[in-house]
Structures are given as C-alpha cells and as structure tokens.
Design a binder for this molecule. Structure first.
Ligand SMILES: CC(C)(COP(=O)(O)OP(=O)(O)OC[C@H]1O[C@@H](n2cnc3c(N)ncnc32)[C@H](O)[C@@H]1OP(=O)(O)O)[C@@H](O)C(=O)NCCC(=O)NCCS
Length: 291
C-alpha cells in the first residue's frame, strides 16, 4: 500500500490539476472550472490533492465550499474522487480527514454533501467509514445529467450529514467502532422496508413504528444500469418511495450494512424528536444523539 501526501490547493495551477480527474471520473460536461475553485478557496472553501508516493500525478482530490444551513455555517463538500488505481487504498478517507481538519479549524462541525443512494460503494464509504447519516431525500436533484455515472436516470440524491466533532465520528475514522453486518441485523430480526426480490426490487413496506428497518439497494448499480436499464429505473423508483416514506415518518439512515454475500442495505432508526433532544436542535445534534 503506497504512502500518501495531501497538498492543500492555494493557486490556479493546483486547482487546474483537478480537471483531468474530474474528466476521468465524470466527463467533460460537468467540470467545475479551476478559476471558480480558486475563488472558493479564497473564501473559506477547500480544495486538496492527494499524492501517492512515487507518482507525480495527483491520485485524488476533494473540493468543498462554505455554506449556511439552518442559520449555522456548514461546509458543503461538492466533489470527492480517487483515480481507479488508488481506490481501496485509504486515500479517500485521508482526503476527507484533511477536509474535516480544515472545517474544525474554522469552527464548523457539520460537513454536508449529496449522494446517489443507489451507489453501494459510496454508501459504505460515507456511512461505514466516515460515520455520516441522512434524513433528507431529493427527487431528481440536478435534473438530467449527461455524465457517465449519472446519465439515463433521474438524479435522485440523499443529503448526507457528517458531524465531524462527534465522538462516534472520531471512533469510526480510527476504526474503533465497526458497523454491524447485514447478517447480524437479520439475525436480530430487523425487518425490511425494501428488499430485492427475483432480480428487482420487492414491494415497499410501511415503517409501522419499527425501532430499526433495512432498506436494500443493488450491490453494483452502475453494472446493473449498463446491463438492465429497466431494472435500474425500478430500483430508483422503489428506493425513492422507501426513503420518502421512512423520512416522512421521522426515520434517518445511520448505517450501511453489508452481508457476507455482498448484499448491502441502509439501516434506518427513528430520529429523536426535536423536543426530546437535550438543548434543542443544535448543530451537532441529530439521529446519532447529542454530542
Ligand atoms: C467515492 C470514492 C472517492 C471512494 O474511494 P474508495 O477508495 O473507493 O473508498 P474506500 O475503498 O476507502 O471505501 C469504500 C468501501 O466500500 C466498499 N465497497 C466496494 N464496493 C462495494 C459495493 N459494491 N458495495 C458495497 N460496498 C462496497 C469497500 O470494500 C470499502 O469498504 P471497507 O473498507 O469497509 O471494505 C471513489 O470510489 C471514487 O472516486 N468514486 C467515483 C467518484 C464518486 O462517486 N465520488 C463521490 C461522489 S462526489
């Protein structure tokens, strides 16, 4: 496993180095111009490049900007990408940790971003390794997108919240608090709100006040999309229905659990009600409990 170095981008040349990675990951149609990135960097935002030992080309990057949410400053992480040959090496987490450090230095405790809920690898990275949660669903957030990861389907997104000052997040990043497995969740009798059935999504159930629920998604959505666009659309619509029902009933997704057979599912729990949370709805509070 190579060692990594993170270089915070401060000038136009460093911001321009993200462009080939943006093109490789998404496509030329959705590039964030380096001039805009530099303006963001000069206004509290963050761009960082990750380098692997012995390779002069950057191996990945992260880009985010300052925002305001519910009257509080928040960092919005707009892009994270690692070149295919460096995936699974830990670089993605290293880049997110650099972004977290930048935000903590600014006194910011929540980083947010959007994610396609059907991308199981990203879900595993966000929930399993970083310790994020979600309680918000957006239908077709960006409209039709032409790039290779998004073309052909409505661009539904969940809004990810990452409480970077939270104990649970620290433990998760240090690998001290491993997520449960899907097999454990099933053996504890947790029921499915949505489960795969004969090659496609099954019928969406009702949350019905359960203390925990599972919401399954395909294990390799891009492959499914290429192989069977109709099934991919059926999953998009079923997952949309399931998330919307659950979130409307006050649930949040707090884990993404994986089975020994490669299946993966979100674990949903009811959020504490606003009036039950200690001290009201402060920045670091949410379905993971108070800080
Ligand atoms: C998202 C991205 C930055 C993550 O980097 P990465 O190096 O792949 O991430 P990691 O390997 O550290 O973590 C991914 C986790 O998902 C797991 N995983 C891989 N394939 C999976 C699948 N099909 N289903 C579920 N989990 C999967 C990995 O095993 C790993 O978990 P583990 O370490 O607990 O075993 C990278 O994949 C990427 O650049 N993707 C394309 C761009 C993108 O989607 N960016 C995010 C949206 S802006």
């Amino acid at each position: 496993m190579p060692g990594f170095r993170v270089a915070v981008a401060k000038d136009i040349a460093a911001c321009a180095l993200t462009v080939p990675m943006q093109e490789e990951t998404w496509s030329g149609d959705v590039i964030v111009p380096p001039q805009l990135m530099l303006a963001v960097v000069h206004n509290g935002g963050f761009v960082a490049l990750g380098y692997a030992e012995g390779d002069d080309r950057p191996a990945g990057f992260v880009f985010g900007f300052l925002g305001i949410h519910d009257y509080h400053f928040r960092h919005h992480s707009h892009m994270l990408a690692v070149r295919p040959e460096y995936r699974g090496t830990g670089l993605a987490q290293t880049l997110k940790e650099a972004q977290r450090d930048h935000c903590l230095d600014q006194g910011i405790e929540i980083v947010g971003w959007t994610m396609d809920p059907l991308e199981a690898r990203n879900a595993r990275f966000n929930f399993g390794k970083l310790g994020t949660f979600t309680r918000t669903y957006f239908r077709d957030f960006y409209g039709a997108m032409p790039d290779k990861l998004n073309q052909g389907l409505p661009s539904d997104r969940v809004y990810i919240e990452w409480p970077i000052g939270h104990d649970r997040t620290y433990k998760r990043l240090r690998g001290e608090d491993a997520p449960p497995t899907l097999d454990q969740a099933e053996s504890e009798g947790i029921g499915y709100l949505l489960r795969a059935a004969s090659g496609g999504p099954g019928r969406v159930g009702e949350p019905a006040g359960a203390s925990h629920l599972l919401l399954e998604v395909p294990s390799a959505f891009q492959d499914l999309k290429a192989r069977d666009p109709k099934a991919a659309l059926a999953w998009r619509l079923a997952a949309r229905d399931a998330f919307e029902r659950a979130f409307a009933d006050g649930y949040a997704a707090v884990e993404f659990v994986r089975g020994t057979n490669g299946r993966g599912a979100y674990l949903l729990v009811p959020q504490p009600r606003r009036d039950q949370r200690e001290g009201g709805a402060g920045q670091g509070q949410g379905p993971l409990g108070t800080k």
